[in-house]
Write a protein that binds this ligand. Structure first.
Ligand SMILES: NC(=O)c1ccc[n+]([C@@H]2O[C@H](COP(=O)([O-])OP(=O)(O)OC[C@H]3O[C@@H](n4cnc5c(N)ncnc54)[C@H](O)[C@@H]3O)[C@@H](O)[C@H]2O)c1
Length: 319
């Protein structure tokens, strides 16, 4: 493996839901100047543009990424750029191009320059034949294009490690619930939208049915898990490195609406399933994360009650 040009961190797709929190956490840890946020777009007044370096970069631009890694002295890439499930099913060609093509760009750049890589996967890798609590190792037969791109991403991460020694690691994130930024076109977006609607309109039309149960996680757990995985010693990372199952919490859309009603007077929720219901139905209720616990000591801290309190408190503070 080549020696990396430096030890700065490049984050792709940084202006999205996860990047907005992850870049802040990485800057707190390593210093603002050491973490370069990048995205294919700019968002006016986004805090990441003011708190440290930001560069426009498409993950489909291999030459641009190569020069950025050399000129900015990068040693590690957190690769968050992707097209998520709901948008991806409307634009499957774009989803494959960005998710698979972008991951190839990142892994090739990492191979060339000796970089470490974080490349997230998703619970969308599972299909209807996976057990309702999906184990780490189980058939991966997703029904969505998005899920297929995530299976490919996991396999590529493992393959680049085995073939070229690229230290690439990933997590099968559940649906992530956060308050700083809006969700980016995924099937679990209802679990974030419902909080904003509860506080602003006292009503939410939920696009999946009340009995829809999915694996979910509060953003602070997800960010901590990401950093813990990347800081774990290489010898503790096993063959699941391309996509570790991480369990946070598992609840139905009805449970979530009820938990919010207990805190927000007059809140009502109507369930009006749309095409996203079928994507949700193809995914498991929960995941078994014993491999991540055993390999690198993962443990979630937020359950449904704590997450709901935290979301409502933070959003209230913000307004
Ligand atoms: N948020 C979740 O609940 C969740 C769950 C499972 C997995 N994930 C995975 O985590 C990663 C980050 O997700 P997120 O929720 O932050 O997504 P997001 O949609 O909020 O953000 C993705 C970002 O990627 C950028 N992007 C799109 N095309 C690009 C390109 N060609 N070059 C550079 N940037 C580009 C977008 O502008 C956007 O800012 C993705 O790989 C996603 O599949 C997220």
């Amino acid at each position: 493996m080549a020696e990396p040009p430096g030890d700065r961190i490049l984050v792709t797709g940084a202006l999205g839901q996860i990047g907005t929190d992850l870049v802040g956490a990485l800057r707190d840890r390593h210093g603002s100047d050491s973490v370069i946020a990048s995205d294919v777009r700019e968002v006016p007044r986004h805090p990441l543009l003011e708190d440290g370096p930001f560069r426009l970069l498409s993950v489909l631009d291999g030459d641009g990424m190569d020069s950025m890694v050399r000129e900015e002295e990068v040693g590690e890439i957190y690769h968050l750029a992707a097209i998520l499930s709901a948008t991806g099913e409307k634009k499957p060609e774009l989803c494959q191009r960005v998710n698979v093509g972008g991951t190839i760009t990142v892994l090739e750049t990492a191979k060339e320059h000796g970089l470490r890589v974080f490349s997230p996967s998703s619970i969308a890798v599972f299909g209807p034949d996976a057990p309702r609590t999906a184990p780490q190792v189980t058939p991966l037969n997703p029904t969505t294009t998005y899920g297929m791109t995530k299976v490919t991403g996991e396999m590529m991460a493992l393959n680049y490690w085995k073939q070229y020694g690229v230290d690439a690691r990933g997590i099968r994130y559940p649906g992530l619930i956060s308050w700083k930024s809006p969700p980016g076109g995924g099937t679990t977006d209802y679990a974030v939208e419902i909080f904003h609607a509860a506080l602003n309109e006292r009503h939410y039309d939920c696009f999946v049915g009340p009995d829809t149960r999915l694996p979910m996680m509060y953003i602070d757990d997800a960010i901590r898990g990401t950093i813990e995985l990347m800081e774990a010693p290489t010898e503790s990372i096993g063959p699941s490195r391309g996509g570790y199952n991480l369990s946070g919490m598992s609840f139905t859309a009805g449970d979530l609406a009820n938990a919010i009603s207990e805190r927000v007077d007059g809140f009502t929720c109507e369930f009006k399933p749309d095409e996203r219901q079928q994507y949700a139905d193809s995914w498991p209720d929960d995941v078994d994360d014993s491999t991540a616990r055993e390999d690198w000591g993962w443990k979630a801290e937020y359950d449904l009650g704590r997450m709901v309190n935290e979301m409502l408190d933070r959003l209230n503070d913000q307004s």
